[in-house]
Design a protein. Structure first.
Ligand code: FES
Length: 212
């Protein structure tokens, strides 16, 4: 039968002398092993990143995402004041540059008592600003306002500012950073009454050119 399937001029192993058959067999074995090895190498190169991608979220869940980050000496935060700080995000990479810096508001209540707020408004995330005179955090986007303890004062936010966990380690104020504030994380939710912020009067006299 094999004779019928042969092309003209093609020889089969049956035509080879015993030494030729042995050489052909060892060549086939060598090529088979080579192809198996190549498959293993290519499979490893393609498979390892894929496995890492699939297992990544599970590994992250089992370990703590964030880590403790120092905001500097406690002496940099006078009692009764609220100050803006920035710190290097613990989940940043080398290519992140300046975007790896995260801002936070630090309020020092007493010698050992602090509040550290995320700058992001609890409505849609715009950065809030602290106004010491009125003792309010104000959001420039939709008029959200928060009391000095981060509790919601008025506007569209439905909750207070997000807070970081903190501890005083020796002389340093340290916060747990790296995990994004979500509805599951702590927020200020004091029971103060909501305040009504009046819109500016239409005929209000404008004295500075940039207010025109
Ligand atoms: Fe702050 Fe909307 S983002 S009020």
């Amino acid at each position: 039968m094999s004779e019928l399937l042969k092309y003209p001029g093609e020889s089969s192993n049956d035509d080879l002398p015993p030494e030729g058959k042995a050489a052909a067999h060892s060549r086939r074995t060598f090529l088979f092993k080579l192809s198996v090895m190549l498959n293993v190498v290519v499979g490893s190169v393609l498979g390892v990143p894929l496995v890492g991608y699939l297992l990544g979220p599970a590994r992250k869940k089992s370990s703590d995402v964030g880590s403790w980050v120092s905001l500097g000496s406690t002496s940099g935060f006078p009692v009764g004041e609220t100050r803006l700080v920035d710190f290097q995000s613990p989940v940043s990479s080398l290519g992140d540059g300046e975007t790896a810096k995260v801002a936070a508001w630090v309020r020092r209540i007493s010698a050992q008592q602090f509040q550290v707020f995320a700058v992001n408004c609890a409505h849609l995330g715009c950065p809030v600003r602290w106004f010491a005179q009125s003792k309010l955090f104000m959001c420039p986007c939709h008029g959200g306002a928060y009391y000095e303890d981060g509790a919601r004062a008025s506007g569209p936010p439905e909750r207070g500012l997000f807070e970081y966990r903190y501890k005083v380690d020796g002389d340093s104020l340290v916060i747990h950073a790296g995990d994004m504030p979500t509805l599951a994380t702590q927020a200020s939710c004091g029971k103060k009454p909501l305040i009504q912020i009046e819109p500016a009067a239409a005929d209000e006299t404008r004295t500075t050119p940039w207010q025109a």
